[in-house]
Design a binder for this molecule. Structure first.
Ligand code: NCD
Length: 323
């Protein structure tokens, strides 16, 4: 893909493109993805085999820990006929240990596969990888940067519940400063009209002012709150994410920030409503009490399952398979 901008707009056509940021998306492209996802769900529910990616090989290169993103991509790829080359501990088991550069690592895996899916602790690193890659690269999380495919499944989950992605009020709680899933979801929801996004966090973990400005410039309303009492009663969804301890410069600050805002049945009774859903990209640490799991509004496990379907759809579309 030389010469094309690395974050090329999707604009309705996913074929052979990198997936690096929500900045590449528009509502039409998301619509195509969700329709493809629905078709995949239907095919799976009817027990019809899918082999859209037969003959393709996908490399999963993970430099950071992962359960869901890694295994859902791995399983999604195989479910639709692809095979995978998998590294869960790149920094310990690959030539990176010997000092190989990210660029040379990409050249290695582009020789043996048709796509690279990469997670890396440094912001911008996956873009760097994509800029030297002749095969599509998917950002599976770049440090505190973005996590676009998580947002695709988050948006799909909200859409499945409300049949729309505009005119919604959401509360995003936890660590907006470091949470790449909150950052990407905020960008995703700002593609739609009349959304109101509340960010609940300790003051020192508020969303970066650049991102607040960017989101507001789309017409999306941003309200930053630092006290549970300011949670609006009208929210359609609560999206909680753990304090991202590994992204703090100093451990004491992370410990101080932890445990401040926890979703409990009591909080739901005080500030929730009947129609809302509760989301979390997971892993859960302590930000949602286990007692909430049995509440019908708890959507986080279904959300996780949606990731499998959405990733099958995304992989198919990147390889030009419309279904
Ligand atoms: C998230 C991530 O890695 O950013 N998890 C995920 O991909 N499902 C959230 C997190 O680690 O807190």
């Amino acid at each position: 893909m030389p010469k094309k901008p690395v974050e090329e707009k999707i604009a309705g056509n996913f074929t052979h493109k990198h997936i690096l940021s929500l900045d590449q998306f528009d509502t039409k492209s998301l619509d195509i993805l969700f329709k493809t996802t629905e078709k995949i769900i239907q095919r799976i529910n009817q027990n019809k085999p899918l082999d859209t990616l037969a003959g393709k090989i996908i490399s999963l290169l993970f430099f950071e820990p992962s359960s869901r993103t890694f295994s859902s991509f791995s399983s999604a790829a195989k479910k639709i006929g692809a095979q995978t080359v998998e590294y869960q501990n790149m920094t310990q088991t690959s030539s990176v240990v010997k000092g190989e550069s990210l660029e040379d690592t990409v050249h290695t895996f582009e020789s043996y596969s048709d796509m690279v899916i990469m997670r890396h602790p440094e912001i911008g690193s996956v873009n760097r990888a994509a800029s030297v890659s002749s095969i599509p690269v998917i950002n599976a999380g770049d440090g505190g940067g973005e996590h676009p495919t998580q947002t695709l499944l988050d948006l799909f989950t909200i859409y499945k519940k409300f049949y729309r992605l505009d005119n919604l009020t959401g509360v995003m709680g936890g660590d907006p400063l470091h949470s790449r899933t909150i950052r990407s979801l905020a960008k995703g929801l700002s593609l739609y009209k009349k959304n109101i996004l509340y960010f609940l966090s300790p003051k020192e973990l508020r969303l970066s002012s650049e991102l607040v400005t960017e989101i507001r410039s789309t017409g999306t309303k941003v309200v930053e709150i630092h006290d549970e009492k300011d949670i609006p009663a009208t929210a359609h969804f609560w999206y909680w994410n753990r304090i991202q301890k590994e992204r703090f410069k100093n451990k004491a600050d992370a410990d101080r920030a932890a445990g401040k805002f926890i979703v409990t049945l009591k909080l739901l009774q005080k500030k929730g409503n009947k129609h809302m859903i509760i989301m979390d990209p997971l892993p859960r640490v302590d930000e949602i009490a286990v007692e909430v799991d049995h509440d019908p509004r708890a959507m986080y496990f279904a959300q996780m399952k949606n990731g499998w379907y959405v990733r099958m759809a995304l992989l198919s579309l990147i390889f030009g398979e419309k279904l």
